[in-house]
Design a binder for this molecule. Structure first.
Ligand code: SF4
Length: 331
């Protein structure tokens, strides 16, 4: 027992010294650290809590922070398409990641060429693309959206048919919401998020307790969302919708059908509530670690910074900015 306690103390001390080094480097090198809700708990901790994240948020919230920061350098703890978006909205900054190879199954499911082909197949229809796409793909879109503003953006487009890419499941869920609210239809692409697609009615082990409420991200399969909401109360929506739903619900127990570490934020801000989290983790998000964050911060301003830096061609930034800035008007 004593040995375990000593080991825990040593781990806490080494973690603290890691945070101290990271926070010193952030100041010295004028860096803001943006962390997505899907980061591991140690990367979600804010500086006020003894950690090192300056902002914790969803894709939209972090894009807005990237746009307004005064820091010279942005360190993005998330996945590559998010860091690219930070560079697109703040092209005069240097954007870094602890691991530039952290991808996304959705972003990889579609290319710029695919959008060009879709336009040929459906001439004249607007193309709305989820933010989970790479910069070259964004450059071909009419408008971007995040899970938070997709419904209102679809409503604003001057067409009763819209091409939505790349998430087929998010598209199925949005289709219902958009048809009900705006009487518009979506044409879908066949991409999926490898985390959220795993939430299937057949395999989800929801408690028998009738009072459990469901928290489902837009990216879960449409059948799952439809069936679960027939049986129980709950929400299907963006990360922000999920956080708000829990805040305003009187329920005491929730089932989270989204990335495992979102559960950490929920538990932290709702200590009186219980969360059942099947704990499916995004392998790409988990490529970010404190040790890699330290190494990437150390590299800034040295010969090795290119290993951690996100760069894009100027003409791609220029073209991708158009759909991204349009999206940011809907926050
Ligand atoms: S959770 Fe899904 S959508 Fe998000 S980065 Fe991972 S694979 Fe991509």
């Amino acid at each position: 027992m004593q040995a375990i306690a000593q080991l825990r103390r040593m781990l806490t001390e080494s973690r603290k010294s890691l945070y101290d080094r990271i926070n010193r480097l952030k100041k010295e090198k004028n860096v803001v650290v943006l962390a997505h809700y899907y980061m591991s708990p140690e990367l979600q901790l804010s500086t006020a809590e003894g950690g090192c994240a300056d902002f914790l948020g969803d894709s939209l919230g972090l894009s807005l922070e990237a746009q307004k920061t005064n820091a010279e350098n942005i360190m993005f703890c998330g996945v590559r398409f998010m860091a690219e978006t930070a560079l697109i909205v703040s092209p005069d900054k240097k954007v870094f990641m602890p691991d530039v190879s952290s991808g996304c199954s959705l972003a990889s499911s579609i290319s710029a060429k695919d959008i060009i082909e879709l336009r040929k197949k459906y001439p004249g229809l607007p193309v709305m693309g989820y933010i989970n796409t790479y910069a070259e793909t964004k450059a071909e879109l009419d408008i971007c959206c995040t899970s938070r503003n997709a419904v209102s953006i679809a409503g604003s487009l001057d067409s009763d048919k819209i091409i939505f890419v790349p998430d087929i499941f998010m598209g199925q869920n949005l289709k219902e919401a958009i048809s009900k609210k705006y009487n518009k239809d979506l044409i879908l692409w066949n991409g999926t998020c490898e985390v959220h697609e795993q939430f299937r009615n057949e395999t989800m082990n929801v408690s028998d307790d009738a009072d459990v409420e469901m928290l489902m991200h837009w990216e879960v399969p449409g059948d799952t969302a439809r069936e679960q909401l027939k049986i129980r109360k709950g929400v299907v929506g963006s990360t922000g919708d999920i956080l708000n739903y829990v805040k305003n619900s009187n329920a005491k127990k929730f089932y989270l059908a989204s990335e495992c570490d979102l559960g950490e934020s929920l538990k932290k801000s709702n200590a009186d509530k219980e969360f059942i989290t099947p704990c499916i983790k995004c392998p790409y998000m988990k490529q970010n670690t404190l040790e890699k964050l330290l190494a990437s911060l150390e590299s800034i301003g040295t010969d090795t910074e290119d290993q951690y830096r996100i760069t894009l061609d100027a003409h791609i930034i220029e073209r991708a900015r158009i759909p991204v800035l349009k999206m940011l008007q809907f926050n």
